[in-house]
Design a protein around this ligand. Sequence first.
Ligand code: DAH
Length: 341
Amino acid sequence: MKEKLNDLRAAVRAELFSPETVRELEALRVKYLGKKGEITAILKQMGALSAEERPIIGALANAVREEIEAAIAARAAEIENANLTAQLSAEKIDVTVPGTPAAVGHRHPMSIVLDEAKDIFLSMGFAIAEGPEVELSVYDFDKLNIPVGHTVREWSDTFYITEDESVHLRCQTSPVQVRVMEGQKPPIRIISPGRVYRKDEVDATHSPMFHQIEGLVVDKGITLGDLKGTLNTLVERLYGAGTKTRFRPHHFPFTEPSCEVDVQCFVCGGEGCRVCKGEGWIELLGSGMVHPKVLAGVGIDPDVYSGFAFGIGLERMTMLRYGIDDMRLLFENDMRFLGQF
Ligand code: DAH
């Protein structure tokens, strides 16, 4: 038995270096030290020994068992160390490899054009005014000379907030004119950009929510010539020197006379094409001389003061600036489109 134990000790020493993994090493431990292992088998036979032999063999068996346990534990530590080293070198981070650049966003094309327009107006001495999007009908309609019964006041055109029709989502930025004139004496020179709402179906040129830039100038001796000069300056600065405009007679309840202003088509240059529907011109804004009734309504004497006003569609302005022929592209958030600006 003594021999057997010494053989086992030698066998374990010889086998100890073949396991490469913790699992293989565990199999080795089971083989010798497990319940059915070889050492265990020897220990079970101890009963057959004589009383003199028993303590000697017992001590040897325990010593061999402890030695094997220690050897296996040492080898386990070795394997774990080797694993860790291998893992560390495999996961080594090369800090000199160039990183993946993070995608940096940029302004929406409408914000770019709005900022350009603001700069142009600020350079002409305009200030920027703001007004509410949920507006009193008195400001959006009555005080702009749009009496009860006018078509824009229909439920089918306007998003009413209250049953009695006194509060709604503004359908134009023009009420800001009234709010500014009520709070400020002439000379007045403001623009007011913002969202407006109409019950329109979405198509290439319509959306139930869109943006306008309102403009208002009131002072002594303001004429239609000032209106034309201001708007031509805007158009040439936005679209390039020499860009042609066309002032067309029109009707708005709050201006007299009124006109619409068209810009020469960016696609055909005035020849007539699909984008301008054969006209050669694209409508950009509505404008006119502030109606004497509107001035009188806010306590400004129309015999002393006169003014001009305009309302520009920001979507139109942006489409003209970049040659975009479908308004929906501006709202769909398709990065393939927006990434181009
Ligand atoms: N508010 C008009 C619209 O929504 C545009 C407009 C026309 C604004 C004439 C004005 C103006 O200030 O004077 O179509």
